[in-house]
Unconditional design. Structure first.
Length: 193
């Protein structure tokens, strides 16, 4: 009887956190989905850094989540007047949230080594983009725990209809594929938007 109770006491925490963390392909997609708007924000901040920089190294640029928290990017952006730009952006997220999945916000924090977003933008503003999002995020709220993303991003670009001085990923053309790894395993991310 004591062995059975000890076994149940050991298993109970695992089953509770199993419900909250990334434990399936669907939860892996949700973990990415909470960061989807962040991609466009980071790209906008990268362009702001490009405009403020005197070299390929851009000064830190700050923004905020739609619902909570902050995003800070720094890194490198190609200089010059070409309509092609490559960005390598380090992502610092603090209490960052853009969405509420069901009952709670999906909140992200990062710590060194920081996640990196790379973007290759061709024929701006109406061309194509390819890129990657690689790194580890700490999640709280609707999903809890650590998730490491290794994702490829492809799609088309268009001028932002809300502000034609900005560029965004064209809805309906974006594909995000790769993996999300957590203490429970490695799961597939395959998102079209």
């Amino acid at each position: 009887m004591k062995k059975l109770m000890l076994c149940l006491a050991v298993l109970a925490p695992l089953s509770c956190s199993d419900d909250e963390g990334v434990t399936s392909d669907e939860k892996a997609r949700q973990a990415y989905y909470g960061l989807d708007k962040m991609i466009d924000k980071a790209m906008d901040l990268g362009f702001q850094g490009f405009n403020a920089a005197s070299s390929a190294n851009i000064p830190a640029q700050n923004g905020s989540g739609d619902l909570a928290g902050t995003i800070t990017i720094d890194g490198k952006v190609d200089q010059g007047s070409s309509d092609n730009k490559n960005m390598t952006l380090n992502l610092t997220l603090v209490g960052y949230a853009d969405i509420k999945l069901v009952e709670e916000l999906l909140v992200y924090d990062t710590a060194p080594p920081l996640p990196v977003l790379t973007l290759s933008l061709k024929k701006i503003p109406s061309g194509t983009l390819t890129g990657t999002l690689v790194g580890t995020f700490n999640m709280t709220g609707e999903l809890e725990g650590v998730v490491s993303l290794n994702l490829a991003i492809t799609g088309e670009l268009e001028p932002d209809p809300a502000d034609n001085t900005k560029v965004r990923r064209k809805p309906g053309t974006v594909a995000v594929t790769g993996t999300a790894s957590s203490p429970y395993g490695t799961y597939t991310v395959d998102v079209k938007r």
